[in-house]
Design a protein around this ligand. Structure first.
Ligand SMILES: [Zn+2]
Ligand SMILES: [Zn+2]
Ligand SMILES: [Zn+2]
Ligand SMILES: [Zn+2]
Ligand SMILES: [Zn+2]
Length: 411
């Protein structure tokens, strides 16, 4: 028992990095999740299976873990989330969530697809009317290149065989996709049913034609499906010209692209500017085989000192002068230095104000060489008299006047 516990502890420690383990009798499918199978073999309709990166990831993890561990993957369609769980001798780990990118590689098994499998001929010599075939010429003018490319993709994406799953939409148009149900619009145009079309009705937007093979009557109708059949390489001054052709009706369209223009370098000084004469900067086009150049003037300019020197110091009231020399010639330029303004001292009262007379105060500039003074009035001292005192004073005054009046009458 002791040894068992010890070995278990080691195992648990080793697995900590992957997931936290809990003791349980056996692995149970977490609620809301469904097993992700390793292939679609023997599956029932609606079951899930891993493809591509997800399948590779699961297989790599199992190899790393070794035989004693069971790695199960589950998918929750409601959450669109995949998890995995590791079981070691009946001990079940906490589930861990797969990064979202892996969810795209979970496929739902649809039985009907198997029945709809249609062989697509990859050997153009054997293509007969009604066969699905890969039109190498529609992919590239270089047939050998097209074969190697398209067969490679068909194998890689197809996983099972060079077969394609073909299903019809409600409007009758055919949706074609490689086994493993990855959609590849680019290749849809190349996978076609062989018909023998008669006269095409062609407009700028599209085409239509009816198959003339026996009593087929199939009508190909739709927008042009173009591929580039020719092009001219652009130069700096003349844009590329692409010639496109519809792979069905053969309608050509010329696409004249705008000229890209020169690709100028950072330029080089071919004639340096002097104090008085403009210089020349020459730019060269970097495009292969062009060699075009253009020039731009470098404006003449003195190399002025950055600091300069104060040649006339400013005073309190007059601006000074700062003079800059040129590093390359005897020329100088000047800039004014702002006047300093007076440096006033404290106000000094030269005459005190009274109730009846204004006072005076004076201050003097403290800067050496300046004797500017400034004088200001000090207003009269205001004696504050309150409201009641004013009334009393009024009556006192009135009585005094009445008294004087009667005294005058008495005389
Ligand atoms: Zn036909
Ligand atoms: Zn067309
Ligand atoms: Zn150029
Ligand atoms: Zn100069
Ligand atoms: Zn002053």
């Amino acid at each position: 028992m002791k040894t068992f516990k010890k070995s278990l502890a080691i195992v648990l420690a080793a697995l900590m990095a992957l997931s936290v383990f809990a003791m349980a009798a056996s692995a149970a499918v977490p609620e809301g999740y469904f097993p992700i199978h390793d292939s679609d073999e023997g599956l029932e309709e609606g079951e899930f299976y891993a493809t591509g990166m997800l399948l590779e990831y699961l297989q790599r993890m199992r190899t790393q873990l070794g035989e004693d561990y069971i790695l199960d993957a589950y998918y929750n369609p409601e959450l669109d989330q995949a998890i995995y769980q590791i079981t070691y001798k009946g001990y079940v780990g906490e589930p861990a969530v797969f990064p979202d990118m892996y969810v795209a590689y979970i496929k739902t098994y649809v039985k009907d697809i198997d029945e709809d499998l249609i062989a697509v001929k990859t050997d153009e010599d054997t293509v007969e009317h009604g066969d699905w075939f890969i039109d190498y010429a529609a992919y590239s003018a270089n047939i050998e290149f097209a074969k190697s490319m398209l067969n490679r993709y068909t194998y890689q994406i197809g996983a099972i065989s060079k077969k394609l799953v073909l299903t019809a939409k409600e409007d009758g148009s055919v949706t074609k996709y490689f086994v493993g149900d990855s959609m590849y619009d680019t290749y849809m145009n190349i996978i076609r049913v062989k018909h023998e079309f008669g006269e095409w009705t062609i407009t700028d937007e599209g085409h239509s034609a009816t198959c003339t093979f026996e009593d087929c009557g199939y009508v190909e109708e739709g927008a042009h499906v173009e591929k580039a059949i020719d092009y001219t390489v652009a130069t700096c001054t003349v844009g590329a010209v692409y010639t496109y052709q519809c792979i069905y009706c053969g309608k050509e369209r010329i696409d004249q692209r705008p000229a890209p223009g020169h690709w100028w370098d950072d330029g080089a000084v071919t004639t340096p500017a002097t104090c008085t004469e403009d210089g020349v900067m020459t730019f060269t086009c970097k495009a292969t085989g062009c060699g075009e150049t253009k020039t731009e003037p470098i404006p003449a300019a003195h190399a002025w000192e950055t600091e300069g020197a104060v040649t006339t110091p400013p005073t309190c009231t007059e601006a000074g002068v700062r003079t800059f020399g040129c590093a390359n010639c005897d020329e100088t330029k000047t800039e004014p230095v702002a006047a300093l303004g007076h440096d006033w001292g404290e106000w000094k009262v030269t005459k005190e104000a009274t109730e009846t007379e204004k006072g005076e105060k004076t201050r003097t500039c403290q800067r050496e060489g300046c004797d500017a003074t400034e004088t200001e009035e000090i207003p009269e001292v205001v004696v504050k008299v309150n409201f009641f005192q004013k009334i009393i004073n009024f009556f006192k005054d009135l009585f005094a006047k009445i008294k004087a009046f009667f005294q005058n009458i008495g005389k």
